[in-house]
Design a protein around this ligand. Structure first.
Ligand SMILES: Nc1ncnc2c1ncn2[C@@H]1O[C@H](COP(=O)(O)OP(=O)(O)OP(=O)(O)O)[C@@H](O)[C@H]1O
Ligand SMILES: [Mg+2]
Length: 270
């Protein structure tokens, strides 16, 4: 097992609040890993630390053998850490293809000066970028909406474009923050299939935050559970499902979409 991402004693405090507190976890190359936990558990904050959106208060991140403290946060995408955002980060007035090209920019080396001095390289990069975008559009089966303005699409379609934008950066590790929230059963199953294909066909390691226990338990190799910023459990879906601390965290949570009282989660956690 080759560890692709190692999270070691990672913490983030906001004022007096410990949003992420001493979290340790490893993600092996080729795995599909899930991070679960009640609302406000620190899941998105953990992703913000891993993707360089926020600096850690303490702890260490090692990605592909490199200590991320030695790399500028805006280069994290360029070394292979891609992500989607819980609240979609798309340009509503742009087309699907244009939005996906924005995910590609981490690989465009040409500057404005290059554009003037080395027209050839700029053009080659642009042609390669467009070719890659077309491959991803085909992979995600969104050819029919490639020229549609994103703001006119359904929420489920926009989520798929967001996934495409993240794939366009050719990540080694893809962080998915609640891909299926707000999706119906059929859309959820489509996304589950795409996540498996992204791992199996594109060879991309997945770390995903999910409240939908069905998809978590169905497709994850490992599941890590956060509660009040701390990791309270980690293991295979079966191990986590039968962990008393996990049940306790969910039963104790008075709010949250993963609350077992909602039925679906109760059937699967516990
Ligand atoms: N930039 C910030 N400044 C201050 N507090 C923050 C910030 N970001 C998150 N928090 C707080 O940190 C805690 C963890 O939030 P986070 O968004 O990571 O939770 P989450 O597990 O992703 O929740 P959800 O399931 O609702 O998406 C919350 O109490 C939140 O209010
Ligand atoms: Mg969140």
């Amino acid at each position: 097992m080759t560890v692709l991402l190692s999270v070691q004693g990672l913490s983030k405090t906001f004022g007096g609040l410990k949003a992420v507190s001493g979290v340790d976890l490893d993600v092996a190359e080729g795995e599909i890993c899930s991070v679960i936990g009640p609302n406000g558990a620190g899941k998105t904050t953990l992703f913000n630390l891993i993707s360089g959106v926020l600096p850690p208060s303490a702890g260490r991140l090692v990605f592909a053998g490199r200590d991320l403290r030695e790399i500028r946060p805006w280069h994290f995408a360029g070394i292979g850490i891609g992500r989607t955002f819980q609240n979609l980060a798309l340009f509503k007035h742009g087309t699907v293809a244009e939005n996906m090209l924005t995910g590609r920019h981490v690989h465009l080396r040409s500057t404005v000066f290059d554009a003037v001095l080395h027209l050839g390289r700029t053009r080659r990069e642009e042609i390669a970028a467009r070719r890659r975008i077309e491959e991803i559009i085909e992979f995600l089966e969104i050819e029919h909406i490639r020229d549609a303005v994103v703001g006119t699409l359904s929420y489920g379609q926009q989520k798929r474009v967001e996934l495409g934008r993240a794939l366009a950066s050719d990540p080694k590790l893809l962080l998915l923050d609640e891909m299926v929230s707000g999706m119906n059963r059929e859309e959820t199953e489509d996304i589950a299939r795409f996540i498996l294909d992204i791992r199996d066909q594109l060879g991309i390691t997945i770390l995903m935050i999910e409240h939908d226990m069905r998809i978590v338990m169905d497709i994850s190799d490992r599941v890590h559970v956060l509660n009040f910023g701390e990791k309270i459990a980690g293991g295979t879906p079966d191990e986590v499902r039968s962990d008393p601390a996990v049940l306790e965290a969910y039963l104790g949570s008075k709010h949250g979409r993963a609350e077992p009282a909602r039925g679906e989660a109760a059937a699967h956690v516990g």
